[in-house]
Design a binder for this molecule. Structure first.
Ligand SMILES: Cc1cc2nc3c(=O)[nH]c(=O)nc-3n(C[C@H](O)[C@H](O)[C@H](O)COP(=O)(O)OP(=O)(O)OC[C@H]3O[C@@H](n4cnc5c(N)ncnc54)[C@H](O)[C@@H]3O)c2cc1C
Length: 319
């Protein structure tokens, strides 16, 4: 089957690109991947997406996105892309089922995944106090103590954000220094509600139904103790889902797809990237949807221009 645009990923970026592309009259396929609906299907309440004044459950919101894309004729295949050939014309996607999809343009919206510590209680209490996103979940712990794990810029940003909402922020740092930039470190150190615990690692997240505390170990003395917290924020980085694009498309040192400034164009003609897969900074549903819209508009313009040039060349050759 040959399409105008194939979209890899069915999170907010992929579905938004599909809504815009399908409404522009393009023949369009979404490959949904192993997690149809994307990361928000793993959460309960989403309170910061505009248009839902009473909040909305993540899976319900992504169901709405899907229905809106299908209403305009977007096709969806519930499969995973295993291999891509993006420099050929048409571009080709190999699905796990063995099917090969051909498309003139491709939008990559494969998202990213937070890195986890792998400690006891972390996955059991995920979504019940354990989080990897302060902007998403910090509001739920306002006025309460929380912990942040990590010593990089992201961990500092998460701690500073939480310090404006929560009673205390305990930063757990493995070494006796942070990897964060000096300015971020200074801001953290000068915030009275942030307590830095050096040489300290979390070893267990405690709580029956929701987080009640974290058991930590001091790496020099070996002493263990419990810090009572209601939220446990893991800020040790994200991994963009770009393994299948390695060697074909330009990635930054962390593996995020590099897009040209103020656009979603990648270094390959006709290949666009949207959402968390190209965004190490904001990582929000609304920003993913915004860049999904940009990718569809960029792809539509690229297709029109290319078809115009192909037609003009054919006319010149025949005259
Ligand atoms: C628990 C949790 C709570 C959150 N809460 C909020 C919140 O309250 N507000 C907010 O704004 N943001 C929130 N976020 C962040 C938000 O979910 C992300 O920023 C957003 O989902 C990114 O959208 P995306 O479309 O770029 O990628 P994703 O949502 O990550 O979707 C990626 C898609 O790509 C697909 N895919 C990956 N690899 C392949 C492949 N090889 N072949 C085919 N498909 C593939 C996956 O199946 C998936 O459908 C939360 C995140 C989490 C994890």
């Amino acid at each position: 089957m040959r399409y105008d645009i194939a979209i890899i990923g069915s999170g907010p970026a992929g579905y938004t690109a599909a809504i815009y592309g399908a409404r522009a009259g393009l023949r369009l396929l979404i490959v949904a991947g192993a997690e149809p609906g994307g990361q928000l299907t793993r959460t309960s309440e989403v309170e910061n997406y505009p248009g839902y004044p009473d909040g909305v459950l993540g899976p319900k919101m992504m169901e709405d996105f899907r229905r809106q894309a299908e209403r305009f004729g977007a096709e969806i295949v519930y499969d995973q892309v295993e291999k891509v050939e993006l420099r050929e014309d048409p571009k080709r996607l190999w699905l796990s089922s063995g099917e090969i999809i051909e498309s003139e343009a491709v939008i990559i919206a494969t998202g990213s995944s937070p890195k986890w510590l792998g400690i006891e209680g972390e996955q059991r209490l995920y979504g019940a106090g354990v989080s990897a996103c302060a902007v998403c979940d910090g509001f739920f712990y306002r006025g309460q103590p929380v912990a942040v794990v990590g010593g990089g810029d992201t961990a500092c940003e998460e701690a500073l954000y939480l310090s404006k909402l929560c009673s205390e922020v305990h930063m757990l740092i493995r070494r006796d220094q942070m990897r964060a930039s000096k300015i971020m470190q200074d801001r953290v150190r000068h915030t009275p509600t942030i307590h830095i615990h050096w040489h300290t690692i979390p070893i267990e997240v405690l709580g029956e139904k929701s987080v009640e505390g974290v058991r930590v170990r001091h790496l020099q003395s070996g002493d263990e103790r419990v810090i009572p917290v209601k939220g446990f924020f893991v800020a040790i980085g994200h991994k963009p889902n770009t393994d299948i694009f390695q060697g074909q498309i330009e990635l930054d040192p962390q593996g995020y797809i590099v897009t040209k400034p103020k656009s979603t164009h990648t270094n390959i003609e006709g290949v666009f990237a949207a959402g968390d897969v190209q965004d190490p900074v904001y990582r929000q549903a609304v920003t993913a949807a915004g860049t999904g819209c940009m990718a569809a508009l960029d792809a539509e313009r690229w297709l029109s221009e290319r078809r115009f040039l192909l037609k003009a060349t054919a006319t010149n050759q025949s005259s």
